[in-house]
Design a protein around this ligand. Structure first.
Ligand SMILES: *Cc1c(COP(=O)(O)O)cnc(C)c1O
Length: 399
């Protein structure tokens, strides 16, 4: 690279990534093959439209790349291409969610989502995000006692508020989601069920977390978290009208989603991302990846379990997946989430501060930390490493 300034920054970032322990639950390390696909000539190509129906010439190879990503995505999640379609063009997870709301919920309509401070995502109707400005959030939280989802409570809210769409899937929820029960919540309101599996799609692909496809109408995901691909987003949608009564003459859910992504919201797809996604989807469709996903959960349980043994409060009492929340404030250490993440960063352990359910502190300096093991598991760490790491974290925080 001739640009030495950028070159130096890139190599500094590479070095930084190698030198730290990364417990950020939404990050991962992609393979050399995924990186290689990202840095290719596909980034030069305009491909507005879809395979076989582009607005630009010269897309015969691009079409093959996008179709490969589509086929691999459907295969990975064991979906019948006659029943489900997938759009692999969303530039990331947030645009994928916008596209769904735009397709299925009239402006100003109600979307029911978990509040941000309890583990939901900004795009689930928070008022600083487009999702809360153009649509109205019907909020739900976790249960104050168990810190888990109380599905019966959600049904009551859905019955009263009648949202048009219910969202399941979170950014900081350490437990398995019962999609059958979330379907019941949506049905109470006659609503669509959108599952946002951004965080858990790698676990779902491996069968380590139950699959949402039996119950959902639409499923969105990022591609760069547990799925371990390039940054990006995907939307899976049924090729019929899903669980909501609709006139026969209306377009199918998948047709609505396709239109909503392009021309509804985006122009040209990022074909280098889609090429890299095709590579990642093949990688994820393997025994090695299944083992990886199993190890992510084992490692996460080991890390949370040891921290619990050392006297730290883990919200909801533990974890079933790749992420957990540690309450550092209410343990009597006098540490806030910000203090704790700073102390750990000084020691080369990267985490993020996070609110805990019903947090009494502000999101800018909350009571908790969010930790997760997808990235360190990619680097080959095992349970014994997690136990040692928990002890290190404990020492650092108590110093
Ligand atoms: C990360 C995440 C997103 C958004 O992804 P971006 O790629 O950062 O836009 C959406 N939903 C959930 C639940 C997430 O965790």
């Amino acid at each position: 690279m001739k640009d030495t300034k950028v070159k130096n920054l890139l190599s500094a970032e590479k070095k930084r990534q190698k030198s730290v322990i990364n417990l950020i639950a939404s990050e991962n390390y992609v393979s050399k093959d995924v990186l290689e696909a990202l840095g290719t000539e596909t980034t030069n190509k305009y491909a507005e439209g879809y395979p076989g129906a582009r607005y630009y010439g010269g897309n015969e190879i691009i079409d093959k790349i996008e179709n490969l990503a589509i086929d691999r995505a459907l295969k990975l999640f064991k979906l019948n291409p006659k029943m489900w379609g997938v759009n692999v063009q969303p530039h990331s997870g947030s645009p994928a969610n916008i596209a769904v709301y735009q397709a299925l919920v009239p402006r100003g309509g109600k979307i029911m989502g978990m509040v941000l401070s309890h583990g939901g995502h900004l795009t689930h109707g928070h008022n600083v995000s487009f999702s809360g400005k153009f649509w109205k959030q019907v909020p739900y939280t976790v249960d104050p006692k168990t810190e888990k989802i109380n599905y019966e409570e959600l049904k009551k809210i859905a019955k009263k508020e009648k949202p048009a769409l219910v969202i399941a899937g979170y950014s900081a929820y350490p437990r398995k989601i019962d999609f059958k029960k979330m379907r019941e919540v949506a049905d109470v309101a006659g609503a669509y069920l959108m599952v946002d599996m951004a965080h858990i799609s790698g676990l779902v692909a491996s069968g380590v977390h139950p699959t949402p496809f039996k119950y959902a109408d639409v499923v969105t995901t990022t591609t760069h978290k547990t799925l371990r691909g390039p940054r990006g987003g995907m939307i899976f949608a049924r090729r019929d009208h899903g669980h909501v009564k609709t006139k026969k003459s209306e377009p199918t859910l998948f047709e609505k989603i396709q239109k909503s992504v392009f021309p509804g919201m985006q122009g040209g797809p990022h074909m280098n991302q889609i090429a890299a996604l095709a590579v990642a989807l093949k990688e994820a469709d393997s025994r090695a990846f299944k083992k990886y996903a199993e190890q992510v959960v084992k490692n996460n349980k080991a890390l949370a379990g040891e921290l619990k043994k050392l006297g730290w409060r883990i919200t909801s009492g533990g974890t079933d997946n790749h992420v957990f929340l540690m309450d550092v404030w209410n343990g009597g250490t006098g540490l806030t989430g910000k203090d704790a993440s700073r102390k750990l960063e000084q020691a080369g352990i990267i985490v993020n501060m996070n609110t805990i359910p019903f947090d009494t502190r502000s999101p800018f300096n909350p009571s908790g930390l969010r930790l997760g093991t997808p990235a360190e598991t990619t680097r080959g760490k095992k349970e014994k490493d997690m136990i040692a790491l928990a002890r290190r974290i404990d020492k650092i925080l108590r110093k």
